[in-house]
Design a protein around this ligand. Structure first.
Ligand code: PXG
Ligand code: PLP
Length: 442
């Protein structure tokens, strides 16, 4: 069968020269399985790119796609509103913890992060603290690919080429993964809450009066599921509050049930001032993201002096509050609720935990990490060739019925919430086989 690909399409985060000689085409998807163009089934071990927990081809989502263009296919949100945007804002803020009472819609996680950064700068300026301009990110953080997101992000490969474009004044907390102290932890490591005190080092260096916000993923997703040590996020919250620094949780991966609660903030019992989301809000079927904003932060920005006919916050995208994506978002939230899927993610979490920890002792695996319905295994790198072992696991999986996602030499797992325990067991069995094949490859 002919593979339908061409090099007109420059694929993102892809070795495009290699791809030309090893093309891989996904042709269709249903439930927790993809079908390749040559008709092979692949289990979707990462829910797409962490974004499709309902599985694929969900009928309620298909129905929303069919219905909404007949009613309102596009409407500007600059100076105007539309019913799906208002309805979804109400639903998302109702799911959110505490006083995150407002939402600003965008189209992706990257836009959500850049928007959150602008919001915190606008907030401090509005309260007369415009000298607070520093944003503190974290090593190994991923916050998308906007110029703000790569600046606060902590993935060296995504930053080094673009070093001249980085935001001014950004600094980074150290990351909280230390395999000597926490390898093989089930759920939150008991060791490491004190690592949050790294913020005191940055306050000592820069002075709190120059720091606007700290942005962290509650669980670092893209660099291989780095789980916060017990007490770590609480400590970070306390330090931010003490120093007048806003805390942003980037929940683009953890939002909408991945930890069994609507947001990770609820799973950890820690309240951020802003919270970014995207991905699962529409089950990944249409671009949509947003920033949830604390009532007091929003009130401060809106009270800025200015003529009544002028916007208080000069920011927005053509597709902010798009009626199509908001209607689909409503359908996805309905499906999570009516099928009890956040609860189901919570129930499957111990199944995934037991399955991945059964890999302990497997040659070439040096750590297993998990929380909620997400997990990662850490592989011994091929000497001198970082990322090659993970890449080989991906190739083996693709040839043998499972779509794996490598984060360097870690393999991340985040199966759809509709997965069965048997599918999770099979996924981990095929991971074991792929790791053995990658070890045998040298
Ligand atoms: N923040 C976080 C925490 C993310 O995980 C983004 C922002 C950016 O979202 P957009 O929608 O602009 O891509 C993300 C995205 C992977 C992988 O393999 C992770 C992401 C995207 C693609 C692949 O882990 N996360
Ligand atoms: N570039 C040009 C030339 C535009 O006119 C616009 C929006 O009108 C943009 C970029 C921004 O596009 P978006 O609002 O979809 O982010």
């Amino acid at each position: 069968m002919t593979t339908h690909f061409n090099d007109a399409c420059w694929l993102p985060f892809t070795p495009n020269r290699y791809f030309a000689s090893h093309p891989k085409v996904l042709a269709s998807a249903r439930g927790a399985w993809y079908t390749t163009e040559d008709g092979r089934q692949l289990f979707d071990s990462l829910s797409g790119l962490w974004c499709s927990p309902l599985g694929h081809a969900h009928p309620a989502i298909a129905a929303a796609f069919a219905r909404q263009p007949e009613i309102l296919d596009f409407a500007p949100c600059f100076q105007l509103g539309n019913p799906p945007a208002f309805a979804l804002a109400e639903r998302v803020t109702a799911l959110a913890p505490g006083s995150l009472d407002h939402v600003f819609f965008v189209n992706s996680g990257s836009e959500a992060v850049d928007t959150a950064i602008k919001l915190v700068i606008a907030y401090h300026r509005a309260r007369g603290q415009g000298q607070r301009f520093r944003i503190i990110g974290r090593e190994r953080g991923y916050h998308g690919v906007g110029l703000g997101g790569i600046s606060v992000g902590g993935m060296v490969g995504n930053r080094k080429t673009f070093a001249p474009l980085m935001l001014n004044g950004v600094d980074h907390l150290r990351h909280p993964w230390d395999p000597n102290e926490m390898a093989w932890s089930r759920g939150q490591p008991a060791w490491g809450a004190h690592l949050a005190d790294d913020l005191e080092r940055l306050v000592g260096l820069h002075d709190a009066s120059t720091i606007a916000a700290v942005i962290v993923e509650p669980v670092q997703g893209s660099t291989g599921v780095i789980v916060p040590p017990a007490g770590y996020l609480q400590r970070l919250r306390e330090l931010c509050t003490r120093h007048g620094i806003l805390l942003i949780f980037d929940e683009v991966i953890t939002g909408f049930g991945r930890l069994g609660t609507p947001f990770a903030a609820q799973a950890f019992g820690v309240q951020p001032d802003l919270l970014t989301f995207a991905k699962a809000i529409t089950n990944g079927t249409i671009p949509l993201g947003g920033v949830l904003i604390d009532r007091a932060v929003r009130d401060t920005i809106l009270q800025v002096d200015g003529p009544a006919h002028m916007p208080e916050f000069l920011h927005g995208y053509t597709y902010s509050g798009h009626p199509m994506s908001c209607a689909v978002g409503l359908a996805a939230l309905d499906a999570y609720a009516s099928e009890g899927l956040f609860q189901r993610a919570a129930e499957l979490a111990p199944v995934l935990e037991d399955a991945v920890h059964s890999l302990r002792g497997e040659p070439g695996i040096t750590d297993v990490r998990n929380i909620g319905l997400m997990a990662a295994i850490e592989l011994t790198p091929v000497p001198g060739k970082p990322g090659l072992r993970g890449f080989t696991v991906f190739e083996h999986g693709f040839a043998n019925g499972t779509l794996f996602r490598a984060a360097g030499d870690a393999i991340s797992l985040a199966p759809p919430f509709i997965s069965t325990p048997a599918e999770i067991g099979r996924m981990v069995d095929s991971l074991r086989a792929a790791v053995r094949a990658a070890q045998a490859a040298g």
